[in-house]
Design a binder for this molecule. Structure first.
Ligand SMILES: [Zn+2]
Length: 329
């Protein structure tokens, strides 16, 4: 069935040989001269097809110009745009070898691991590059984000930021120092910002995230390069015009620094799970001054946290501080 499709597609595309007159613009303002026709094999969702394209040459730049490749979206690519999209989805969902199996089983498309890797990495790099340029333009005010008038802005907008180590293959972390006993890195930190709204509450009065309200940005970049990506995403969501902006984090310093620099008016909140983790760590540090009261103290502070009595949590902890550091007494 797909073979018939491929043959039909080939005939359909064959009706146009890609001749665009004796001369075309080379893209740099020169005139490129028609030389002849060149065939190219493109792998599509329906199978491999051969397409004829008019080939032009620019004497000034010294390179070839194939207008039809740009029209078909296959310049510097041997996979059709439709197949590249499917490949990118499969490669994002699974390792390249598994993605190859997925494509074969679900769509009957046979693509080697290397071709999947090349296609996904090329398109991924292009997408990341476009996002970086767009984000910089938004942050520098060169691009203004317009929100549709019929879509009222929410009262509150949440920006959750986190970073986590992602296990990597040895080749992907070659030359990077790590914390492991062998001194080599086995993971790389990916940073993520999720922007969402919560307008309803559940039966216990806890906020529920609005379905389909989350947009993400993720990157292996440094904090300095990640910050504009997160800031631009927040701006796209109308952060500048929101009454109450909330930044959720695990308490890591880089997140608060980023939040303070980008959204000084936002309310910073450590999410409950991480806050509980920090309390456990704090109780461990206070093992000596607490003595046998350790467990009871920890439970009481966790209860403070659950009821939102941060004032009591802080003052109770502070009474223990002189024992820790005489300078604070
Ligand atoms: Zn030229």
């Amino acid at each position: 069935m797909t073979q018939i499709g491929a043959s039909l597609l080939e005939q359909l595309l064959g009706a146009d040989g890609g001749y665009r007159g004796p001369r075309v613009d080379c893209g740099d303002g020169h005139s490129a001269r028609f030389v002849g026709y060149r065939d190219k094999t493109i792998t599509t969702v329906l199978g491999a097809i051969t397409v004829r394209r008019g080939y032009y040459h620019c004497a000034d730049c010294g390179h070839g110009v194939l207008p039809r490749d740009d029209e078909l979206g296959v310049a510097d690519a041997s996979l059709s745009p439709g197949l590249r999209k499917i490949t990118a989805v499969a490669a994002a969902a699974a390792p390249f070898a598994a993605a190859s199996t997925l494509l074969a089983e679900l769509a009957g498309i046979r693509l080697g691991t290397k071709r999947i890797e090349r296609s996904a990495e090329t398109d991924g790099a292009a997408a990341a590059d476009r996002q970086t340029r767009e984000s910089a333009a938004i942050c520098q005010g060169e691009v203004t984000v317009l929100t549709p008038a019929e879509q009222p802005l929410p009262d509150k907008l949440y920006i959750a930021i986190d970073g986590t180590g992602v296990p990597m293959t040895a080749a992907a972390v070659a030359g990077r120092a790590g914390k492991g006993p062998d001194g080599r890195a086995h993971t790389r930190e990916v940073k993520l910002a999720a922007v969402f709204t919560q307008t309803a509450v559940d039966d216990d009065g806890r906020p529920i995230r609005d379905p389909d309200s989350t947009s993400y940005v993720a990157s292996f970049a440094t904090v300095g390069d990640f910050a504009p990506l997160a800031a631009a995403e927040a701006t796209r969501r109308g952060a500048e015009r929101i009454r109450q902006l909330v930044v959720l984090g695990d308490g890591a310093a880089w997140i608060w620094n980023l939040a303070t620099a980008r959204w000084p008016h936002a309310t910073p909140i450590v999410d409950l799970y991480h806050a509980r983790e920090h309390l456990h760590a704090l109780a461990d540090l206070l093992t000596d001054p607490l003595g046998p009261d350790h467990d009871q103290w920890l439970q009481a502070r966790l209860a403070d946290l659950d009821t939102g009595d941060i004032e009591h949590l802080v003052t109770t902890t502070e009474t223990l501080l002189p024992t820790l550091d005489p300078l604070l007494a």
